[in-house]
Design a protein around this ligand. Structure first.
Ligand code: GDP
Ligand code: MN
Length: 336
């Protein structure tokens, strides 16, 4: 595990603590369908057990459809905190007027033939576009500054003995992740060229100590496909509400890649963070053990009753995808 030590421990790093008296304006955000109720409850139980029973941060559930009473009953019973249920405005979950319906329909068929992951599933395109450009504008989130994105049936493996929202607020961190992996090029053939044209038009928006070196390799101008896995995110909503982010999203949306290709919200958030944030504004929550489907992260230095094995962390277990963790750690070391 020598390699893992180097990647997951930063020498001299002290354990994180935050003032228990402080509380952030924050919510746990869950996009889900009515059929996800039981899986949403599983995630909530783990979230409550490991963290939220001490804090009672509210949950905001969002859906393109109306949440039925079963979903609302099951999820509200799973927490002592406030639960809110929002419907997504139709214009945030439909083809924008400048996209041809026929072209979008043809693209779905084509992606499905080429086996582009989720490329043939129409609702998935709307979901990715929603998380890319709209969730932070939902009226139920207006009162909040921070969000923790949670998906149905994810696992949290360790107790969290500090408040990550307060931690971010105190350190001016805008984006937090636990897993970074390579994206599939087949889903985003023109995302990088579209992003580059934006950078050329708006060089003034790039952060001074940005993370463009994380998403490109030495001696190359190409996107290396590293992205933060967005099914877990703890973020600053005001970063997404900024003019820079909003202009970037509009630029992407005009190109139609959410429909003609299958641009994910994960690479979109990641490229935005890489351009607009300084290194110190993005945080790897190495102490949060987490699993979503096939990939997991388990802390190398374990305390807090972790119920996982660090050897199963993505960069050990699936090095073909997990090399982005190495790149992250190396860049962190260089900057120290
Ligand atoms: P994956 O993690 O990329 O395999 O995609 P998921 O199927 O888990 O979808 C990502 C998130 O969006 C999860 O929170 C889902 O519950 C949610 N989601 C996906 N599709 C839809 C949809 O059509 N409607 C709603 N309301 N939520 C969706
Ligand atoms: Mn998922």
């Amino acid at each position: 595990a020598g390699d893992g030590e180097a990647i997951f421990l930063s020498p001299g790093e002290t354990y994180i603590s935050t003032s228990p008296a402080k509380r952030a304006k924050a919510a746990i955000v869950v996009l889900a369908r009515n059929t996800d109720a039981d899986d949403a409850v599983l995630s909530m139980q783990r979230m409550e057990q490991r963290f939220n029973h001490k804090h009672n941060y509210p949950y905001v559930f969002l859906n393109n459809d109306k949440f039925d009473s079963e979903f609302q009953t099951k999820t509200s019973r799973a927490t002592a905190a406030r639960t809110m249920y929002g419907i997504i405005p139709a214009e945030h979950w439909s083809l924008p007027p400048w996209i041809s319906e026929q072209e979008a329909a043809d693209a779905l068929v084509d992606m499905s033939k080429r086996h582009v992951l989720y490329g043939g599933r129409e609702s998935y395109h709307h979901m990715c576009r929603y998380y890319s450009g709209f969730f932070y504008k939902h009226p139920l989130l207006a009162e909040f500054d921070y969000y923790w994105r949670m998906e149905p049936d994810v696992k949290y493996y360790c107790d969290l003995d500090y408040d990550p929202f307060v931690f971010m607020q105190e350190r001016h961190i805008k984006y937090g992740f636990v897993i970074t992996v390579f994206d599939l090029n087949s889903t985003i053939p023109t995302l990088w060229s579209t992003t580059r044209s934006f950078m050329q038009q708006r060089p003034e928006l790039m952060a001074q100590d940005n993370l463009l070196d994380f998403v490109t390799d030495e001696g190359s101008d190409d996107y290396n496909l590293c992205h933060f896995w967005s099914n877990f995110e703890i973020g600053d909503l005001n970063f997404f509400r900024s003019q820079a982010y909003s202009d970037y999203f509009d630029h992407l949306d005009q190109q139609g890649g959410f429909f003609f290709e299958r641009w994910g919200d994960a690479p979109v958030h990641s490229l935005a963070a890489a351009m607009f944030l300084n290194h110190t504004e993005v945080h790897f929550f190495r102490d949060i053990g987490y699993r979503h489907n096939s990939f997991m992260h388990c802390p190398a230095r374990q305390r807090n009753n972790c119920d996982c094995d660090a050897q199963n962390s993505v960069h050990f277990h699936t090095p073909a995808f997990g090399a982005c963790h190495k790149r992250w750690a190396e860049l962190q070391r260089r900057r120290r």
